[in-house]
Design a protein around this ligand. Structure first.
Ligand SMILES: Nc1ncnc2c1ncn2[C@@H]1O[C@H](COP(=O)(O)OP(=O)(O)OP(=O)(O)O)[C@@H](O)[C@H]1O
Length: 269
């Protein structure tokens, strides 16, 4: 999987082919007897231009994994690398800068600013990062998500599905190394959910972005190229080319055979 010249993270030096790498990432909440180990030595490697679903039972650490990988939380230990660059060593301000440059987010509840128009919400990450507001770029991203006719609307004038499409446009406008989506279809009806999943797929297949999506839904996961399963804060399995039935079956038996260590061994970590 990797070349022979490895650095301390185990990466081959071909950092640009790898969008995201986690090496033995751990994170606990609380202290003493009430401490919860939300992530327990998680390692994974995701190539550029891939669509990965993260699944597992409630409390298995999916959101914590996403937040640590996206620089919203600092892990207690371990290494997170985004497009070959190690994250989280500097100050909070440096971490924020890193996130704005490298990461896009899509949340279940859209997180749009209600007083801003669709166009203004979409370019907000560019503004926050002090980058030039490229109106043509914003329009083309909104066209990509089918909302070019709604530039001046405000979020409360849009359906849930349309709001999530604005959130996707906002996540894509900075051309981030990785887009993280936490239950992006959780609040949507079946049809809007399918539209959102198609857009995420298109962002990967047509535009070469890398998407990591937490979901409870085997149908949503089947849109991804692969699924990483978590149980008790550890990698509990991995599936390429997931189908709805195969994912549902694996979820039902998660924990029967924890083979995360095999996956870590494949990565050489
Ligand atoms: N801020 C926090 N403070 C204390 N405990 C937390 C915090 N965030 C998460 N946890 C705990 O860490 C564990 C993992 O939580 P996490 O939210 O990552 O799981 P999840 O798989 O995303 O769950 P769900 O599917 O229910 O959203 C859980 O036991 C949870 O209670």
């Amino acid at each position: 999987m990797f070349g022979s010249k490895r650095d301390k993270t185990g990466a081959s030096g071909r950092g640009t082919d790898e969008a995201l790498r986690l090496v033995k990432v751990s994170k606990s909440y609380g202290e003493g007897e009430s401490a919860v180990r939300a992530l327990d030595g998680v390692s994974l490697s995701l190539g550029r231009g891939t669509f990965t679903a993260v699944m597992g039972p409630s409390g298995s650490g999916k959101t914590t994994l996403l937040q640590c990988a996206a620089g919203l939380e600092r892990p207690d230990s371990g290494i997170v690398m985004v497009a070959g660059e190690e994250m989280g060593k500097g100050s909070e301000a440096e971490l924020t800068k890193f996130r704005r440059r490298r990461i896009g987010f899509v949340f279940q509840q859209y997180n749009l600013l209600p007083t801003l128009t669709v166009a203004q919400n979409t370019v907000l990450p560019l503004k926050l990062a002090g980058r030039r507001i490229d109106k043509a770029k914003a329009r083309s991203v909104l066209e990509q998500v089918g909302l070019a006719g709604r530039l001046k609307h405000r979020p409360d004038e849009l359906s849930g599905g349309q709001r999530q499409r604005v959130a996707i446009a906002r996540a894509l406008v900075t051309e981030p190394a990785v887009v993280f989506a936490d239950e992006p279809t959780g609040a949507l009806d079946i049809r809007s959910a399918r539209d959102v999943l198609h857009l995420l797929q298109e962002a990967v297949r047509v535009h070469g972005r890398t998407v990591v999506m937490v979901t409870h839904d085997p149908v949503a996961a089947s849109y991804a190229d692969s699924v990483v399963f978590l149980a008790d804060g550890r990698i509990a399995g991995h599936m390429e080319r997931p189908t709805v039935d195969a994912v549902a079956e694996r979820l039902a038996h998660l924990g029967d055979d924890i083979n995360g260590s095999d996956y870590a061994a494949q990565l050489g970590v």
